[in-house]
Design a protein around this ligand. Structure first.
Ligand code: GLC
Length: 743
């Protein structure tokens, strides 16, 4: 039992005698409140403010500057949490300072960006989402939590659930793409995976819904830029994933860097109090993003950091990440009557509550166990799951004349391109404690899979960036002597992620020049893309025989790609984001409005002179090595009572010659509304597996909640009237029917 607090918790055993009934839960809640009340009675104002302060350790750097003396700040009892520190030994060492060298010994929280795995790295979230497999996504979060908590971590700054329709923005790589419903389903799966059913379980950790809110819609796709949108768009397109995390009991929220409605999110009472607390009933705590309180000064919203601190705490921010603003000014602001002590108490209580729920007051070192660490990290089971998860993330964008899968008996393969033997890029950005030296490259993956009967002729050809074409001749020679060419092309991991917007989203460097030279040989060319965002690849799409979108697949990338190239796994991924034809189309996304002049061949309609309105690849798109046929949609009725439901069914048949998985997608359109409504909105999906020739009826039950939206009065409600209903293999290739929502 913790030394300073033994007298306060001697009645804990009472709790254990209560039967496993709701009364037990109530008794535990009462005991937790009593414990925290008693602790807070002992705390000074400075110690309470300390709980609102978060500093970075030196093990990783994820923002503009570091604090040299944060260990001394901990000794003063004025730090509540540390991030970027991990391993059992290092967290134990820092925790010891807080527990044994401070007056009250309140344990620290340890947080980290465990975004897509901790040591075993999974595909970047945009790739994870391309699986449309929520159970797999939940399991990836569970494994990440097991590895992270084994290394002393209590809290991950994940899931990142910023909806975005702009591939110029580098953090699209960390997102779940353009659709609010799909992103919300991923958000639910990740919160459930990280937090489990009991935060006291050693394998679970606090999750964070970030970045609140609308960070994925920066002006011109430029990171940290202004966000300006209507409240209707905010509520219908950008808030649903965040609301979903509150429904799943997410422990914390993180504020966004951007301003919204001309107010920085970190100082927005509308977001942090009206929406988050009053409308949604969120009970966890809100941490800022990295120094985002300080940044209200350059935003022009605060005179100085002290003013920023007042605005942030009074708007509803509970913890200051790395900015030292709360540490430096809150006590003064309380003394001046500009911030109430009750507000400090409220924030401190929220943070102490999470520490209590994690069991840190029972044993501050319970997560920092070197023995457990050895057992949990990068196990064969974790790696096997990672490979399966990576396979499912791959999207087959083109497969002319069934170029893929390749035959095992193939005599020779040319593997060309700067992404072919490139370990670091494969684990992407935000790769936490991932060890890239353990990632499997595509070159290694081919060697692992192919026997000596197949000659692999490897030539890098060029770099990812830069103008060097000196490797072209060798690459052309390698292609000339091979039966098939595989080209591994893409971006460096740092060309997406934070502070990594691109104004041109072509393949970087001279990779496309190399591709153009190779295709002149007339051999089948399979392009394997490794990238963090949609790229403008119309030329590649026109000339390649086949294209696999593999994103950054993580530790097992090369093996997973080889599994798909040779048909050990039939690709089932579907795009969570639209691929534009050119950067001029951006923002381009499937759930657009019809406008008053939808495009026709007539001049005066909404279109470009130089490019179609359609994307290169639409949202939800992905091919298979087999084919699927959809029956017409069968409705249980063509009328839905306002308080009733209706079923929509299709029969899907695998009309090809191999096993395959298909993501059956359901979209709706409200034809007339009190506000203009999108031409399609994803409202349900189901991933099914079919043997050759097998058919499956897929049925979706719809009710008014699937049709509801936030109207001009911010009311979430469905409106009676005519609806189109679509079911299909992507957002464009669908069967269509209609029904009426009755009064
Ligand atoms: C970064 C990111 C945020 C991350 C935090 C801590 O600036 O914006 O997503 O969780 O700092 O590393």
């Amino acid at each position: 039992m913790h030394k300073n607090l033994f007298s306060l918790t001697s009645i804990l055993p009472l709790v254990f005698f209560l039967a496993c009934t709701p009364e037990k839960h109530d008794a535990e809640t009462r005991e937790m409140k009593r414990f925290i009340d008693n602790l807070m009675k002992e705390m000074t104002l400075e110690e309470k403010i300390g709980q609102l302060t978060l500093y970075s350790s030196y093990m990783d750097e994820t923002g503009p500057f570091m604090n040299e003396d944060y260990l001394d700040y901990i000794r003063e009892g004025r730090v509540g949490a540390v991030f970027n520190a991990f391993t059992a030994d290092y967290t134990r060492e820092i925790q010891r300072i807080a527990v044994e060298e401070t007056r009250l010994g309140i344990p620290l929280l340890f947080g980290y960006d465990v975004i897509h795995g901790h040591r075993t790295i999974f595909p970047m979230p945009i790739g994870e989402t391309a699986t449309w497999d929520m159970e797999a996504i939940k399991k990836s979060a569970q494994i990440a939590a097991r590895e992270a908590t084994a290394e002393g971590l209590h809290w991950t700054f994940s899931p990142m659930i910023d909806v975005t329709r702009d591939p110029r923005w580098g953090r699209i790589a960390e997102s779940s793409g353009e659709d609010p419903f799909l992103t919300a389903e991923v958000a639910r799966a990740k919160v459930r995976g990280y937090q489990g059913d009991d935060l006291k379980d050693l394998h679970t950790m606090l999750a964070t819904a970030k970045h609140f809110a609308a960070y994925g819609a920066p002006q011109a796709g430029r990171d940290y830029h202004t966000v300006d949108m209507s409240e209707i768009t905010l509520r219908n397109k950008f808030l649903p994933p965040f609301k979903a995390t509150v429904e799943e009991g997410v422990a914390t929220f993180m504020t966004a860097f951007n301003d919204l409605f001309a107010v920085p999110a970190t100082g927005s009472e509308f977001l942090l109090t009206q929406i988050l607390r009053d409308e949604w009933g969120f009970e966890g705590f809100v941490v800022t993003d990295y120094t985002s309180i300080n940044e209200m000064v350059p935003h022009g919203f605060a005179r100085d950091e002290k003013h920023a601190g007042k605005l942030a705490i009074n708007a509803g921010t509970d913890m200051d990440m790395q900015g030292s603003v709360f540490y430096n000014y809150l006590a003064e602001l309380v003394a001046e009557g500009k911030v109430s002590e009750s507000r400090i108490d409220e924030a401190a209580r929220r943070i102490l509550t999470m520490k209590y729920k994690l069991g840190l007051f029972d044993d501050p070192y319970r997560y920092s166990d070197p023995e457990r660490e050895k057992e949990m990290i990068m196990t064969a089971e974790n790696l096997e799951f990672a490979r399966d998860f990576a396979r499912k993330s791959i999207v087959l964008l083109k497969n002319e004349n069934n170029t893929l899968p390749l035959s095992d008996n193939i005599r020779s393969i040319a593997l060309i391109g700067p992404m072919a033997d490139n370990q670091r890029d494969l684990i992407g950005s935000w790769s936490a404690a991932g060890d890239y030296t353990k990632s499997v490259t595509l070159l290694q993956g081919l060697k692992n899979r192919l026997g000596s009967q197949t000659q692999v002729n490897y030539a890098k050809g060029t770099d990812v960036i830069g103008e060097d074409k000196s490797g072209f001749p060798q690459a052309i020679r390698a292609a000339a002597i091979s039966d098939v060419v595989i080209m591994a092309l893409g971006e460096h991991y740092w060309q997406s992620g934070e502070a990594a917007s691109r104004s041109i989203i072509d393949l970087p460097g001279v990779q496309e020049d190399l591709f153009n030279e190779i295709v002149k040989l007339g051999k089948p060319v399979v392009v394997v893309l490794m990238n963090g965002r949609p790229l403008t690849i119309e030329n590649v799409d026109a000339k390649a025989s086949a294209i696999l979108e593999t994103w950054f697949l993580g530790t097992t990338a090369g093996d997973a790609i080889a599994d798909v190239l040779f048909g050990d796994y039939n690709p089932s991924g579907k795009l969570p984001v639209t691929f534009p034809r050119n950067v001029g189309q951006i923002p381009i996304f499937y759930n657009v409005k019809n406008t008053g002049r939808p495009k026709t061949e007539f001049k005066f309609t909404s279109k470009y002179l130089d490019v179609p309105n359609t994307p290169l690849y639409p949202f939800g798109f992905g091919l298979s090595y087999t084919t699927f046929e959809y029956s017409d949609i069968n409705l249980s009725s063509n009328q839905m009572p306002l308080d009733g439901s209706l079923n929509a069914s299709v029969t899907v048949t695998n009309t090809g010659d191999r096993f395959g998985e298909e993501v059956v997608q359901l979209y709706i359109r409200q034809l007339v509304g009190s506000i203009t409504r999108p031409i399609k909105e994803l409202k349900a999906f189901e991933k099914i597996a079919l043997e050759p020739g097998e058919s499956r009826e897929v049925t979706f039950e719809l009710n008014q909640n699937h049709l509801a939206f936030y109207n001009a009065n911010n009311e979430f409600k469905a409106e009676p009237g005519e609806f189109h209903l679509f079911i299909g293999t992507n957002s464009e290739d669908v069967k269509k029917t209609s029904f009426t929502l009755m009064e």
